[in-house]
Design a protein around this ligand. Structure first.
Ligand code: SF4
Length: 427
């Protein structure tokens, strides 16, 4: 273990210990927005927030001021920083704070954590007749479903406990060799499902040129796919956790017969619903549940800034329809992650990148920069791909559009290279 990171050894009593200090919540982003009320109910009352985003400085989150870290520390010298961040950022931010000279005993977390080898993708991932530890069909081993959610979940927990014990003891595991496996800060509680991924739908109404071959294209909307609904029903009947995030991925879920029913069910139980969609079909239900206060996020690979390029990539001439639907979603307060997969000779040009950035600004979307993973999930980009992704990132910066590099699809080499060029990637 890196000695600098020994702060991340298991800690207990981490909240009561720091209540006598001035608590600064570090991180005024989405996690803080979603969890502030719960943290206050748990008895954690900060004196202020600190955040690295200059756009947030001297604004408020709830009733609390947001300051740059230096100012917050000056105002409250007896501070402890509690990281109000998603789990996937805890390690990077802890390293950053330690490098800035913050003593390790002043850095705290909202739940007990430990330093171990794991990944950010671990979840209960449900496929048609199988479940797995992650939703990458080519990586984690799949286990046969018994068709009964409660039995599957018990089995998943058992297998996960085994996996974790093996990892802690340095024994071989199914994750060995996976590019996403890394040392980091993860919650101690090993079996809690906070993220359920439903990946049962393998039918789509588009035929994107970079798509996995297992997706079946159907240009009809009348195919009965009710696995999504069955899984959501079982999940909501069985599982009750206010922290639950549900991700609906793979294929195009909105063409499922019972999509609306599935979303309605989920909205009663989950804190956050993230849906990968192409936005060709507008779902009134998505907008309704968002208006009712559920945190809904749409992940849309748009990859183009002109109708011509869009049609070339998606195999369907419907750019205007998709844009109209996205505008409607944005007007209804739905957060949109707009992905740009750089494709040589297709969307690596000024016109598409400019059009795409304008769209992202209009939608107040977060841009996800990515590469085509058909050539290998973590293989390095070509110089040209890097060049155009840099251009896109610079344009986003100019237009004050939030953006980040896809952790799932971009190699560490490429991330390092791009970070050096355009700086900080974390929103
Ligand atoms: S380390 Fe890799 S294989 Fe293991 S759960 Fe994470 S993404 Fe899946």
């Amino acid at each position: 273990m890196d000695s600098m990171l020994s702060v991340n050894e298991t800690e207990t009593g981490f909240l009561s210990d720091c209540k006598k200090n001035s608590i600064i919540f570090y991180g005024a982003g989405n996690y803080a927005v979603e969890n502030l009320e719960r943290l206050e109910l748990d008895g954690l009352t900060p004196v202020c927030f600190a955040d690295s985003d200059v756009n947030k400085h001297n604004t408020k989150l709830g009733r609390y001021d947001i300051f740059p870290l230096d100012i917050a520390m000056q105002k409250f010298p007896d501070y402890v920083l509690i990281l109000t961040l998603y789990r996937s950022s805890l390690f990077t931010v802890t390293q950053y704070l330690l490098k800035r000279g913050i003593p390790k005993e002043r850095i705290r977390y909202v739940e007990p954590v430990e330093y171990r080898l794991e990944c950010d993708h671990l979840c209960f991932a449900m496929f048609d007749n199988e479940f797995a530890f992650c939703c990458f069909s080519d990586l984690s081993k799949h286990h046969s479903s018994k068709g009964d959610f409660s039995t599957d979940i018990l089995e998943w927990k058992r297998l996960y406990n085994e996996l974790l014990t093996d990892k802690r003891n340095g024994k071989p595991t199914v994750c060995d060799g996976c590019p996403f496996l890394k040392w980091g800060i993860y919650p101690i509680e090993p079996w809690k499902i906070i993220r359920f991924v439903s990946s049962s739908n393998s039918i789509c109404n588009f035929s994107c040129i970079y798509c996995f071959k297992e997706y079946i294209n159907t240009n009809t909307g009348d195919v009965l796919i009710d696995n999504l609904f069955i899984q959501c029903k079982q999940l909501t009947d069985y599982y009750n956790d206010p922290e639950l995030t549900v991700i609906i991925a793979r294929g195009e879920p909105t063409i499922s017969f019972k999509f609306d029913e599935a979303i309605n069910l989920l909205s009663q139980k989950s804190k956050k619903i993230s849906i990968a969609t192409n936005a060709f079909i507008y779902s009134e239900t998505i907008s309704e549940v968002a208006k009712a206060g559920v945190n809904v996020e749409l992940c849309v690979s748009n990859d183009a800034g002109t109708p011509e390029t869009f049609t070339k990539i998606k195999g369907l001439d419907c750019y205007e329809t998709v844009i109209k639907n996205l505008m409607l979603y944005a007007e209804n307060g739905i957060h949109i992650c707009l992905k740009y997969i750089i494709l040589s000779g297709i969307n690596d040009n000024e016109e598409d990148i400019s059009g795409f950035t304008r769209l992202a600004k209009m939608l107040r979307a977060t841009v996800v920069l990515s590469k085509n993973i058909v050539s290998g999930r973590k293989s390095d980009m070509t110089d040209s791909e890097r060049f155009w992704l840099k251009k896109l990132a610079v344009k986003c910066k100019e237009h004050k559009v939030n953006y980040y590099i896809s952790k799932t699809c971009v190699s560490d080499n490429d991330r390092n290279h791009l970070e050096k060029y355009i700086g900080e990637f974390y929103i």
